[in-house]
Write a protein that binds this ligand. Structure first.
Ligand code: AMP
Ligand code: MG
Length: 312
């Protein structure tokens, strides 16, 4: 591990990319101030250039390097949720390369909650780290997922399986009102409680979608097609992969999974299920429809990611 860590430091310093563990999903890390390295990230992933990258830091004080203005709301939320799965969008300083922000005048920042990646950032400085998958594929939550997409091409800093399994909440603090651009495990309610006023959930109007270009691209897709499960399914085809969240008894099988209301478990495993369905040559994945978002903070991000993988 010591050797692998040292190699990661050297690769980043030499302008290469390295897959790094975070609590959300694995990231494809590069030096945020090295334009060539960031360009490599877009090329390797096949990521559209207008889909900006999140900059990962290891200490709140590094915000000053990146952000032109740091509102009180940003400090409150950073103190409450960092290290953790909340990304905040602020007006950027000119030093942040345009390639990082897809030409936007804002920059997205967070401190990831993983000791290895924090230690790495302490050695290298801020890192861009989009999910370490080929663009459009499910995000990687285990080292073997990265190997599936990239073979031996990418050095992987192995930090085990991602604890949360869904990408961070993205919150825009660059305008007049805090706005959720992508739901994640830090919920609207949790953010509102820290701020002391209610922020509105993600808006679907077009100008806002344009503010977070990543949200309009196809995402998280395995080869199998994904649909919400019709209610009352109790007969199982070997060609279909079934995911239940509710408290029901289902047969145990490699293609039938039941979470008994453990939404944390479902979030952690979701992208692994997408990939496993492909390995089992299942042509379809059926996911039991989720209850209303008020019931659990992970329901909103789960619905968001599943709907995007369905394509609706
Ligand atoms: P990924 O790293 O693949 O999880 O994607 C990062 C997400 O953050 C995408 O949805 C981006 O659109 C969003 N994002 C990154 N930077 C910005 C920014 N400056 N303004 C708005 N959204 C951003
Ligand atoms: Mg991604």
């Amino acid at each position: 591990m010591k050797q692998s860590f040292q190699k990661a430091v050297e690769l980043i310093r030499a302008g290469n990319v390295v897959a790094v563990p975070t609590e959300t999903v694995y990231g494809l890390a590069a030096d945020a101030f090295n334009i060539t390295a960031v360009k490599k990230t877009f090329e390797i992933k096949g990521r559209p250039p207008d889909n900006p990258l999140i900059v990962h830091i290891s200490h709140i004080s590094q915000l000053e390097m990146l952000a032109e203005e740091i509102p009180e709301t940003a400090l409150k939320l950073a103190n409450a949720f960092w290290p953790g799965p909340l990304t905040i969008v602020l007006k950027k300083k000119p030093i942040v390369p345009d390639i990082v922000t897809g030409g936007l005048n804002t920059v997205a920042v967070r401190i990831p909650d993983h000791p290895l990646t924090q230690k790495l950032i302490e050695k290298t400085g801020p890192l861009t780290a989009p999910s370490a998958n080929r663009s459009g594929r499910p995000s990687p939550t285990r080292p073997e997922h990265i190997r599936e997409d990239f073979g031996e091409e990418i050095h992987i800093l192995d930090g085990g399986n991602s604890k949360i399994g869904l990408e961070s909440t993205v919150l825009d603090l660059s305008g007049d009102h805090p706005t959720i651009l992508r739901p994640g495990s830090v919920s609207v309610k949790m953010i509102s409680e820290v701020l002391g006023f209610t922020i509105s959930p993600e808006s679907t109007d077009l100008p806002l979608k344009r503010k977070s270009p990543g949200t309009h691209y196809t995402h998280y897709k395995p080869a199998a097609s994904i649909s919400w499960m019709p209610s009352g399914v109790r007969e199982f085809s070997p060609d279909i992969y079934y995911i239940f969240h509710s408290e029901i008894s289902t047969p145990e099988a490699a293609h039938i999974h039941s979470y008994q209301k453990n939404f944390e478990g479902l979030a952690r495993d979701l992208y692994d299920h997408y990939r496993t369905a492909d390995h089992l040559s299942c042509s379809q994945i059926l996911i039991e429809s989720l209850p209303p978002s008020e019931n659990h903070p992970l329901i909103s991000p789960l619905k968001d990611r599943i709907n995007r993988s369905i394509g609706s």
